[in-house]
Design a protein around this ligand. Structure first.
Ligand SMILES: Cc1ncc(COP(=O)(O)O)c(C=O)c1O
Length: 462
């Protein structure tokens, strides 16, 4: 089957998505709600999800492996989460604008999973969470620069939209001294040139040198414990432990962006999985149980930077007697707290992660076996219910190593799976896909049987 044929097959199966796209593109920029959802010839338009399935406007059913971009871990429309949401909405007060009686219960649940989050606050998305934590780290240290890993995604604000791609000129730049390029236009030059330092993930020695050189300027290092925001790179060679020691020694705040890894790769995210605590942590996605919210928190002393310096009247406080500002109309949204709290409660029940790990080993191990049996070169990177395939890469332990990824094969794999009823995820080859608790062993077998067929096609086409 040629490239054209699998696209043709997609178009034959999804005529209403095409109609939607043609109408939507006139009024909704690009025809989609977010840049990342766009793909050619047009995106799949969905109507709803139930359990492990999602449904498109043509009535096609897919086994869902995008899982709400990682926000869904129990499957769609989980009955207990739905009941908690209905109860909260029925009680009344969609948004109250005052502290509520729900927050304490939620934070206690979070702290069981993430003991390093001694003092917490809420915000509304992963982007807001990392933006807030960077400000807190700056206020606490009195320093302005931030360090981030090359290739790591931490949301859509200016500070972190750096070092997410390399131009042809920079492709051969020294991997131990990654360049700092803004990702897209509209980012002030002064931010790129003066505020951002880039480190190579999984190279502790080079990271130490970069941090040491600018230790007087760098407020924080923001890292995903496992790089999952784009692709999937697992920490090797005690990278996280080493980075923890270096940042402590240099007085640099270590922020773990656990927006994606929190409650996914373990109940306590990367911190539980690798036994390394951050100073500050960002949680979102699963933490909202499918509704928009984020929970940020960390060392009491660092988080206290957001408290008013002096106790005063409301007028004095709003006149600017604070340290770092952390605000938001929708912070601690009642519906999100209800959905997120119920989700965390369910995840805390015995057997949840054992089951997720069991089906994950079955899927990723099975995919690796298929590649090996068919002698297709590729690397299957995974950690629990989070994984991806890098076609043509023998190993993928650093972001740069994934550049050998064969985009044509990945695209063929993506469409081949989708045309047969398995929706893998974000349709870009440097992304990753997710399993959730609603997937059954039969689903995993179906995904593997489908992959078997698609990989045969890829093999035939070379
Ligand atoms: C690791 C990580 N951090 C931050 C974000 C941004 O979260 P949001 O899209 O909720 O703003 C994402 C989104 O995918 C992410 O994967």
């Amino acid at each position: 089957m040629s490239n054209e044929r699998y696209i043709e097959e997609y178009m034959k199966k999804t005529p209403r998505s095409r109609e939607f796209y043609e109408k939507a593109a006139r009024k909704l920029a690009g025809g989609a709600e977010s840049n990342i959802r766009l793909f050619k010839p047009y995106p799949l338009y969905l109507t709803h999800g139930r359990g492990q399935y999602i449904y498109d406007v043509d009535g096609n059913e897919y086994i869902d492996m995008i899982s709400g971009m990682g926000a869904i871990i129990l499957g769609h429309n989980d009955p207990e989460v739905r009941a908690a949401v209905i109860e909260r909405v029925t009680k009344g007060g969609d948004v109250l604008g005052c502290p509520t009686d729900q927050s304490m219960h939620y934070i206690e649940l979070v702290q069981k999973a993430f003991p390093s989050m001694e003092l917490c606050r809420f915000s509304n998305s992963g982007t807001e969470a990392t933006m807030n934590l960077i400000r807190i780290a700056r206020a606490y240290t009195g320093k302005d620069c931030i360090a981030k890993a090359e290739g790591a995604y931490h949301g859509g604000h200016d500070y972190v939209l750096h070092a997410l791609h390399l131009t042809d000129n920079e492709l051969n730049s020294d991997p131990k001294r990654p360049p700092c390029l803004p990702y897209g236009s509209g980012i002030p030059k002064v931010v790129t040139e003066q505020l951002i330092k880039v480190i190579p993930y999984n190279d502790a020695e080079a990271t130490a040198e970069i941090l040491e050189k600018d230790q007087d300027k760098i407020a924080c290092l923001i890292l995903e414990p496992v790089m999952g925001g784009g692709g999937l790179i697992i920490p090797t060679d005690d990278f996280l432990t080493k980075v923890r020691k270096i940042t402590e020694k240099l007085g640099i705040v270590l922020i773990f962006d656990e927006v994606l890894t929190g409650f996914r790769i373990a109940y306590g995210g990367g911190q539980e999985r690798f036994g390394v605590n951050a100073d500050l942590t960002a949680l979102s996605k699963i933490a909202g149980g499918g509704f928009q919210m984020a929970c940020i928190g960390g060392k009491r002393e660092v988080m206290e930077t957001i408290l008013p310096k002096v106790q005063g009247t409301a007028a004095e406080v709003s006149a600017g007697m604070r340290n770092a500002v952390q605000v938001g109309t929708y912070n601690g949204h009642p519906t999100s707290l209800a959905a997120g709290g119920k989700t965390i409660e369910i995840l805390g029940r015995s057997g949840t992660y054992e089951y997720l790990n069991k089906i994950s080993d079955m899927l990723w191990g099975g995919l690796k076996d298929l590649l090996d049996d068919k002698k297709i070169v590729g690397s299957v990177n995974y950690i629990g219910p989070l994984g991806t395939i890098y076609f043509d890469c023998i190993s993928a332990n650093t972001w740069r190593e994934t550049f050998c990824l064969n985009e044509a094969k990945w695209t063929h794999f993506f469409f081949g799976m989708m045309n047969r009823g398995v929706y893998l995820g974000i349709p870009h080859c440097d992304e990753r896909f997710f399993l959730n608790k609603a997937h059954t062993e039969e689903d995993i077998q179906k995904i593997l049987d489908t992959a078997d067929e698609v990989l045969d096609e890829i093999k035939r086409e070379g």
